[in-house]
Design a protein around this ligand. Structure first.
Ligand code: SAM
Ligand code: SF4
Length: 324
């Protein structure tokens, strides 16, 4: 599939649920209101969508959310989509907060998943609890250990937050280094109203990278994971560090992905409103693959994210709805 700018769309991120057992401060308000269940696609409907995307030429699917592993019976979906690997699909991956990973790691591997991204913003239990508003670091670390033991390649995702975890990047990098994990730092994006002003914690990664260079030897790497991160090799650890920089460096020109919400809306860009209602097509018994192909013509050139005091979020929906 190609969009109107000639970009090949080969990667879909599917949000399995908008629900989550954490309430990360930059992602959701404390009193997050979740969607009524009737609006959310069944797991069978999600599997049908996955098959339609693969029929349209999509090679990589990532399940995300909300927290994908809190959805009941989610492994049925993982197995259904895992069955597409080698039948057009190259890779099925997952982004998770890790809270349920200890329970599911072996099943994920058995279903064909080989890589998981686990979001960890701090390795200090109290700080971790404060950022997630309820998460327990020990359970997440246990999940990461189980994932590695099951044979899954683990990458850590860390949102860089000024005044919150900006003194921990060395520790995170070293911790990942001894375990052979890559680390990916992410700039906060202005998505959805949360209880705080994101300007207070926004940290440009250009600054972080320059600071890391004082202590680590970062060497250029053209390795890509299929997502927006730009990687550098860390000579001291032999692992990679990635930077996802939607704010300081817009990467839209090479965008290869679209997203589906748990209600079956196909969002063509994380930072814009352009979308197509696949649930309507699905429930009316229509041709989902044709609807997907038709929507590609409307994929916008890029996002217009700006973070500033008194700025409204670029889009009203939270990352947990669109699927980060
Ligand atoms: N619950 C899973 C997790 O936390 O990994 C998957 C969904 S979560 C929305 C996916 C990623 O988006 C996480 O790494 C999270 O830190 C990130 N995220 C959420 N809100 C964000 C925001 N406003 N700006 C930047 N990253 C954000
Ligand atoms: Fe949940 Fe992930 Fe959002 Fe944190 S970032 S509240 S774990 S969906």
């Amino acid at each position: 599939m190609q969009d109107g700018f000639g970009r090949r769309i080969t990667y879909v991120r599917m949000s399995v649920t908008d629900r989550c057992d954490f309430r990360c401060v930059y992602c959701m308000p404390e009193r997050m209101r979740f969607l009524p269940r009737a609006e959310v696609l069944s797991l069978e409907e999600m599997a049908t969508l996955g098959r339609a995307f693969v029929a349209c030429g999509v090679r990589k699917l990532r399940l995300t959310g909300g927290e994908p592993l809190v959805r009941r019976d989610v492994m049925g979906l993982v197995r259904a989509l895992g069955g597409l690997i080698g039948q057009g699909l190259d890779e099925l991956t997952l982004t998770t907060n890790g809270s349920q990973l200890a329970r599911y790691a072996a099943d994920l591997y058995a279903a064909g998943v080989r890589r998981v991204n686990v979001s960890v913003d701090s390795l200090r239990p109290e700080r971790f609890a404060a950022i997630t508003r309820r998460g327990k670091l020990a359970g997440v670390l246990e999940g990461i250990e189980a994932a590695a033991a099951a044979g899954l390649r683990v990458k850590l995702n860390t949102v860089a937050l000024r005044g919150v975890n900006d003194d921990e990047f060395d520790d995170l990098l070293a911790w990942c280094g001894v375990r052979g994990f890559d680390l990916c730092l992410i700039e906060t994006m202005p998505m959805g109203e949360v209880d705080e002003d994101r300007t207070d914690h926004y940290l440009p990664l250009t600054e972080v990278r320059a600071d890391l260079r004082r202590r680590w030897t970062l060497e250029p790497s053209d390795w890509r994971s299929g997502g927006p991160a730009r990687y550098e090799m860390v000579r001291e650890t032999g692992t990679r560090i990635g930077f996802i920089t939607p704010m300081t460096h817009n990467f839209c020109e090479s965008c290869n992905r679209v997203r589906v919400t748990c209600t079956g809306e196909l969002y063509l860009c994380l930072g814009q409103e352009d979308r197509a209602d696949l649930r309507g097509v699905l429930r009316a018994g229509g041709d989902v693959a044709a609807a997907i192909r038709a929507a590609m013509a409307f994929k916008p050139r890029g996002h217009d994210f700006v973070i500033g005091r008194d700025q409204r979020p670029a889009v009203a929906r939270t990352m947990s709805l669109t699927g980060g």
